[in-house]
Design a protein around this ligand. Structure first.
Ligand SMILES: Cc1ncc(COP(=O)(O)O)c(C=O)c1O
Length: 291
């Protein structure tokens, strides 16, 4: 029987219910994370759970867990469901309370929920690349918070589906921000360009790994804004996330990106990523710190 984590308890899927007045359900008042499991282990666990705690802090949600405590809880769930390769969705809401926009006073217990997914790496798409479309970024101005409010992202992804594409790349006016569920990179003349980390994008954990691999391989990694035109004229385009890894975009709005094939820099980053999964299983140095 598949288990779901509800507030520290592993319960059978059928019995995993949420209260009707949970603020996550009513207002989208909560945050989440999505971690990848390779070979029964959480990949880059620390930065994911650090980001969860940061998101909680940014929305004034008092979360009583430490990074280590969260890793332990989630690993228990992974083991209970016997997941070797897959992912875990973890969400935290401000809790259940009578509906009122303001935070409940006195505060109520946060509700923590997590469930697992069982799947392997997306080999075919990594090799062949995907199609993407571009669309205006209509989201709020705190995209650095991994908030449950994903309506802008959902509408962008649905547009991609409508055009038979796998991802929607968003732009605010002329500036490319990020995908509906990924970070975006344009590669031109052997250099990588990606939106700087600020309130307009999620600071992707896969982005951190890609930055690390690029630095290791002496590929310039420019954290600079770039335009939609620059993206359309790039030699290679990549989108990245915990589930799609280093994913090549070979068609943009129906037009080929570069020569329409997966490019050389993309392949180098993909090889580096695979080596990274295989050998160091999620530990590397960032600014001298193990993450
Ligand atoms: C909007 C958005 N940007 C970027 C990312 C990539 O983040 P990560 O690499 O941590 O999965 C995601 C992942 O879901 C996302 O939803």
């Amino acid at each position: 029987m598949t288990k779901v984590l509800i507030n520290e308890k592993l319960v059978d899927e059928q019995e995993a219910n949420v209260p009707y007045n949970d603020r996550g359900y009513v207002f989208g008042d909560g945050i989440y994370e999505y971690v990848r499991i390779y070979d029964n282990h959480i990949f880059t666990a620390r930065p994911h759970f650090e980001r969860l705690l940061r998101s909680a802090k940014e929305i004034g949600l008092d979360l009583k867990y430490s990074v280590e405590g969260l890793i332990e809880l989630v690993q228990e769930l992974i083991n209970a469901n016997g997941i070797v390769n897959g992912g875990v969705y973890i969400q935290v809401t401000r809790g259940a309370a009578p509906r009122d926009h303001a935070f409940p006073t006195p505060s109520v217990e946060a509700n923590v929920m997590a469930f697992t997914k069982n799947y392997g790496r997306p080999y075919k798409e990594l090799e062949e690349g995907i199609n993407a479309v571009t669309t205006e970024d209509i989201r709020w101005l705190r995209c650095d918070i991994k908030s449950l409010n994903l309506l802008g992202n959902v509408l962008a992804k649905e547009l991609a589906v409508k055009y038979n594409a796998k991802e929607a790349i968003q732009h605010r006016g002329d500036i490319v921000t990020e995908g509906s569920s990924s970070n975006v990179y344009a590669i031109k003349d052997g250099e990588i360009y990606t939106h700087p980390v600020n309130n307009y994008i999620l600071n992707g954990i896969t982005r951190k790994v890609i930055k690390h691999i690029a630095e290791e391989q002496n590929i310039p990694f420019n954290e600079e804004t770039f335009t939609l035109d620059f993206l359309k004229n790039a030699d290679e385009v990549i989108v990245s996330s915990t589930s799609i890894e280093v994913m090549p975009v070979v068609k943009l709005n129906g037009e080929s990106v570069g020569d329409g094939k997966v490019g050389a820099i993309t392949k180098k980053l993909q090889e580096g990523f695979t080596r990274y999964i295989d050998t160091v299983s999620g530990e590397f140095q960032e600014n001298g710190q193990k993450i």
